[in-house]
Design a protein around this ligand. Structure first.
Ligand code: FMN
Length: 327
């Protein structure tokens, strides 16, 4: 795990999410939380081998950041790890649990769970190539391999290869029959199984993931495991992140208001992104800033309707707010 100001940054992390957790998102997330571990989208090791280094670009303000890699070739993954270390990433994570079609065709991601020894071998090649920590993100089962014994064998095999940090999505993946989206909701969650494994592997850092919604839920999980990872809850309500430093990392800092964060996001866009990244790529990450607040739909609708207009810039964020409060 990556140490950051005495408490592991991995105590709370934002999940790797393709088309969501890009550098723009991560810089916005840093306005809300200085302490959380941020993950990149999954980047294919193949792309790095083919020198698509722009995919690894990040801004120093995002740190600590874990680069998530996908792949099934030891040498290619090791090469990508070395590149990540040179670039200053905090840690690296191997995707062995994401069931997207794109990923399955390449025989990596969740399909790797059918061969735990292969995951272990990939992990070893990756960790041997760098000094920064390498972790594995996987699930508790795949297809008909969903017994406790299978999860134990999976975790034990990865553990025996030397890995000391596993992110466990507490549901299995059904590779034949369920879409990637269905695979995030239909197979039932089994947090108890993750807790049991933590009790059996005391010196293995286990981050739990899947369906975790509130700060209270995060705190409950942290009584059983080392870290919590949240994905969709942040897309649906990004303001959860504003409480993380105080509630989870026990910082003394005040929790920023939604209005303050909106203004900081506006300034971030105007000072750093304007002219480089279109406002709609930036503002989409803030759709949920006022989730569950009065007239939040108006804020969202105003952004959707106006952020694509020619010449639109960060002001659209402030205008959307005005439209919401003046309704
Ligand atoms: C839009 C989207 C993209 C995702 N992309 C990835 C990915 O690139 N790598 C990965 O390991 N998991 C990916 N996931 C899975 C999440 O990291 C996470 O494991 C899953 O959403 C369960 O956590 P949650 O219930 O907190 O969302 C993705 C999930 C979503 C919703």
């Amino acid at each position: 795990m990556t140490n950051f100001n005495n408490i592991n940054a991995d105590r709370y992390s934002i999940a790797p999410m393709v088309d969501v957790t890009d550098s723009t998102f991560r810089q916005i997330a840093r306005l809300f939380t200085k302490r959380a571990m941020l993950y990149t989208e999954m980047i294919a090791a193949d792309a790095i081998v083919h020198e698509k280094y722009h995919l690894l670009a990040y801004d120093a303000t995002e740190l600590p950041v874990t680069l998530q890699l996908g792949g099934n070739d030891e040498k290619k993954l090791a090469y990508a790890c070395k590149k990540a270390q040179q670039l200053g990433y905090s840690a690296i994570n191997l995707n062995a649990g994401c069931p997207s079609d794109k990923v399955a065709c390449g025989q990596f991601g969740a399909i790797l769970m059918h061969d735990p020894k292969k995951i272990a071998s990939l992990y070893q090649a990756m960790q041997e190539s760098v000094d920064i920590p390498v972790s594995v993100k996987t699930r508790i089962g795949v297809d008909d391999k969903d017994s406790f014994d299978f999860t134990y064998e999976l975790v034990n095999t990865i553990y025996n290869s030397g890995c000391r940090h596993i992110v466990l999505h507490a549901r299995k993946a059904w590779l034949n029959g369920l879409s990637p989206k269905e695979n995030r909701t239909i197979p039932p969650l089994d947090y108890e199984r993750v807790y049991t494994l933590k009790n059996m592997f005391k010196d293995l850092n286990i981050t739990i993931n899947g369906g975790i919604l509130t700060i209270d839920e995060i705190k409950t999980h942290l009584t059983q495991v080392d870290g919590v990872m949240q994905g969709r809850a942040i897309i649906d309500n990004i303001y959860i992140l504003a409480s993380i430093d105080k509630e989870i990392f026990l910082d003394k800092s005040e929790i920023k208001s939604r209005e303050q964060l909106l203004y900081e996001a506006y300034e971030l866009y105007q000072n750093k992104f304007k002219g480089k990244v279109a406002i709609h790529h930036f503002a989409r990450h803030l759709f949920s800033l006022f989730a569950m607040q009065k007239n939040s739909k108006i804020f969202r609708r105003y952004l959707s309707n106006h952020m694509h207009e020619l010449g639109a810039d960060g002001s659209v964020l402030l205008d959307a707010y005005k439209a919401m409060i003046n309704t």
